[in-house]
Design a binder for this molecule. Sequence first.
Ligand code: HEM
Length: 400
Amino acid sequence: MSQADWESEFLKYKSSPEFAMLNSRMTLDEFKSIYWMEWIHRIWGRAIGITFLLPAIYFTARGRMTKSLTLKVWGIAGLIGFQGFLGWWMVKSGLKDDLFAPGSTPRVSQYRLTAHLGAAFVVYLSMLWNGLTTLRDNRFQTHLTHQEAQASLQAFRNPALRTFKLATLSLFALTFVTAMSGALVAGLDAGLIYNEFPYMGLGLTPPKSELFDTFYSHVPANDKGEHTDLVWRNMFENPSLVQLDHRLMATTTFTAVMALFAWSRSSAHLQKILPANAKRAVHGVFGFAWLQVILGISTLLYLVPVPLASAHQAGALALLSWTMVLGSRVHMSRASIKTLEYFAKHGRLGTRNVAIHQNVAVAEAAQKVQKALGAKVRQPQSANASQRVVGQSGVTPAAV
Ligand code: HEM
């Protein structure tokens, strides 16, 4: 951009509440650095959209995905678009004229920031879940032996594993809510008060009068002198209570992870039925929970430096990812169970399916050669379609 362009952009920023009330001494060079950060974030977001969209169009057009996977992929594409809208909606909240009013803080709405972060997490986690389950199902279809299929089926039908699966799902939900409570802390800059741990001022919690302050209520007191919105307004808008909430949620999540770890280690029955990769995933969740709590406390003690706060944000994603990895190793979709049942019943299909894959590859190569030679050959639409035909009708791989 030319100097004149920069000056013009800076002029626009100067009319914002953030400049007027927080950054009125900002120089053009300092403005350039926050401008680049914002610009890169937007370009990066668009690049993610295109990187996802182009392969999605290609694989859909070539019929390379099952119907259910196609729906999921387009659901994620929709979510990415929605994420862009949420970003715009969030930024808009930081430009409102009423932020110039005395007593207000010029920043984006903490609700919209939480929605934006939450949607980003949902997009990423949906991609991860679909990736993990697709890879696993593919492994079933290519590598599982008859005995392994039978053993897996037995393990997945075990009621104790069902309880463990439920515990993992609850832990995942708890961690997600904790992360969202962290976004509220970030949105209100609530990490810049009570920079100590475990104390908050003189006690473990600030006084009740500070936690439930009528200042945050928008509703006049009723006949009994009560403000009906007092509790929820303070929970979401009062930095002291928002920080305390995050501490409580984080402590609960951490305790839950430790309990899951202790249970998986101490129960002889679970030790027997948990798949080996699930045991490894429990260790991953255990490690990331420790890391996340250490990062959170450090972020607080050091007054929220950007590198630590970013590492803490990434840590939340790592913890959620590992909990999801654990989930994918103890959960089995109905379709996967059906595949397992089929393998367990018909025996040695694992090995046979490797042959099917090889046959499809060979057939496709042959088709290319024949096309080049001008000959017309009848060929399956896709590798998936040919596998399905083979899997269902029992046609031998050679027939492909
Ligand atoms: C399981 C445990 C935890 C999870 C999943 C978690 C998650 C998060 C997330 C996602 C954010 C928002 C980051 C951002 O958008 O910038 C956040 C912010 C924050 N968390 Fe945690 N957190 C946990 C534990 C803790 C603990 C134990 C503390 C300290 C007592 C803590 C202190 C903070 C602070 C101060 C912020 C605000 C950082 C900022 O302003 O950028 N967190 N947390």
